[in-house]
Design a protein around this ligand. Structure first.
Ligand code: FPP
Length: 226
């Protein structure tokens, strides 16, 4: 399952507070959902934490978000280790501050054998960026071995995406009433079910998470068949 965590800014605005306050509160929602995944035996959760487009926000907000991500990772270490959660960060890592990249490397290495829940954070990510970097690497391999152009299907191409080896999400949740994919997992979402809710991300806690799962359990997934 995957979540587009939206509405932090509006949540803060409604309370007359600065936008970062909403992101701060949003971390509590992440913790609530991760804990529920562990409890319910859900094997994968991925979260859209920062898009390529988010770099265009004010320097104050971008710096604040990077710091928040860094601090939250450090603080939640015990949760990852104690609950056997494997953490991975996917996206254009070249754009992240060195300090954050160092922390990510450390946590990824420390949790790489954890096998209760895979938690994937998409940071500095966009679906088009992912497809482009995959196409570039595929083209390089095809230049060396032109038979690839004939033989490669979707399964082969998927291996070039940063999500190689991670199952496509069964369910994508987006909060705050927006009904768009916003350049998220464009390729991987081919057969995902969508769940939209007006609830703002900082208010999306255990009960809301269960509501989404309940609705998903009523869906009839046909993958193009009858
Ligand atoms: C979208 O709300 C949310 C984000 C751009 C950031 C989400 C990040 C977090 C919740 C913190 C991440 C922390 C970790 C540990 C991964 P918005 O700002 O677009 O809200 P708005 O649409 O109401 O303005």
């Amino acid at each position: 399952m995957s979540i587009v965590m939206d509405g932090n800014g509006r949540w803060a605005k409604e309370r007359g507070e600065e936008r970062l306050r909403g992101h701060f509160e949003g971390v509590e929602s992440i913790r609530a959902c991760v804990e529920e995944c562990v409890r319910l035996g859900i094997r994968y959760i991925s979260l859209f934490a920062f898009s390529e487009e988010n770099w265009n926000r004010s320097e104050h907000e971008v710096t604040g978000l990077m710091k928040l991500i860094f601090n939250s990772m450090e603080k939640e270490m015990h949760l990852f280790i104690g609950q056997n959660v494997r953490l991975r960060v996917l996206g254009n890592r070249d754009r992240l501050p060195d300090e954050l990249n160092g922390e990510i490397d450390k946590i990824e290495a420390m949790t790489k054998n954890n096998d209760v829940l895979d938690m994937i954070l998409f940071i500095s990510y966009s679906g088009q960026w992912d497809i482009l970097q995959a196409a570039r690497r595929f083209a390089a391999d095809a230049a060396a071995d032109p038979s690839l152009l004939e033989t490669a299907g979707a399964d082969t191409f998927s291996k070039y995406l940063v999500t190689a080896g991670i199952p496509d999400p069964d369910l994508i949740i987006r909060t705050s009433g927006e009904m768009r994919l916003s350049n998220y997992l464009l390729w991987q979402a081919a057969y995902s079910e969508y769940y939209f809710t007006d609830t703002l991300w900082p208010d999306f806690r255990k009960e809301e998470f269960h509501k989404a799962l309940e609705e998903y359990s009523r869906r009839d997934r046909r993958y193009g068949k009858v």
